[in-house]
Design a protein around this ligand. Structure first.
Ligand SMILES: CC(C)=CCNc1ncnc2c1ncn2[C@@H]1O[C@H](COP(=O)(O)O)[C@@H](O)[C@H]1O
Length: 221
């Protein structure tokens, strides 16, 4: 189910306005034939460098990668070859997705490994720089199971949404109820009036639905 093709249509003003809204550099595209690549979404996936205690987590990662590739989207992720990160990248690569991996130099040896799928690698100076680089490239964010790194990344995009400075969709894939504790925490903080009532993220059961929601957000604009 690989793809390589071009969809071959001309960008309209409307499309360009949408694309601009979503952070694309559309100005140079007026009247230019767009490739499938150019109209696809760049989806940033935050997830663990570990595989967790069940294969369901890496399976969800692989399925997410597969869905990204099958739907002509691009993967922005932490350049890991291990854990759930590695599974996402393998699924994406097997289904032809273009991949951009962003990693700080000190993690290269520990997390990239020797057999990461083909991708464009961006080396950053530290974790904070990695996060902003990934965020700058993305049209939407998906959180899969993970550890401290994943929590840090998801908290940043969700809190930016809550502050009103982030309008791109944020989706949590609740594989095996992984995010249930997080949802309880958010509820509790809300009850104690430390959080607004609105939710600034979407929770779904499976990877395909996560991409559906980001595509829906794009189409609704
Ligand atoms: C300086 C600071 C705010 C530290 C907070 N902690 C972190 N911030 C950002 N990425 C991290 C942090 N801890 C681990 N990571 C990286 O985030 C990715 C996912 O990690 P994890 O398995 O979810 O754990 C890995 O590449 C991991 O090396």
């Amino acid at each position: 189910m690989r793809h390589s093709g071009r969809c071959g249509f001309l960008a309209t003003d409307h499309q360009l306005r949408d694309r601009d809204h979503w952070g694309f550099n559309a100005a140079s595209l007026v009247g230019v034939e767009l490739s499938t690549e150019a109209v696809s979404l760049a989806i940033c996936v935050f997830c663990g460098a570990s595989q967790g205690d069940s294969p369901v987590y890496t399976e969800a990662g692989y399925q997410l990668g597969k869905q990204l590739g099958s739907r002509f989207h691009r993967l922005i992720y932490g350049a890991g070859g291990v854990g759930v990160m590695g599974a996402v990248a393998r699924g994406a690569a097997e289904y032809g997705a273009k991949i951009v991996g962003v990693i700080p130099s000190f993690l290269r040896e520990r997390e990239m490994g020797d057999d990461i799928p083909p991708q464009e690698i961006i080396i950053t100076t530290n974790l904070a720089h990695r996060k902003t680089t990934m965020m700058n490239l993305a049209d939407g964010f998906i959180g899969l199971p993970g550890g401290y790194g994943t929590m840090d990344e998801m908290f940043e995009v969700i809190s930016m949404s809550a502050l009103g400075v982030e309008r791109r969709p944020v989706v949590l894939v609740n594989t095996n109820g992984f995010w249930d504790l997080f949802l309880e925490l958010v509820d509790e903080l809300g009850k104690r009036r430390f959080l607004p009532e609105d939710k600034y993220f979407i929770v779904v059961d499976d990877p395909a639905e996560a991409i559906d929601r980001i595509e829906f957000a794009r189409d609704a604009r």
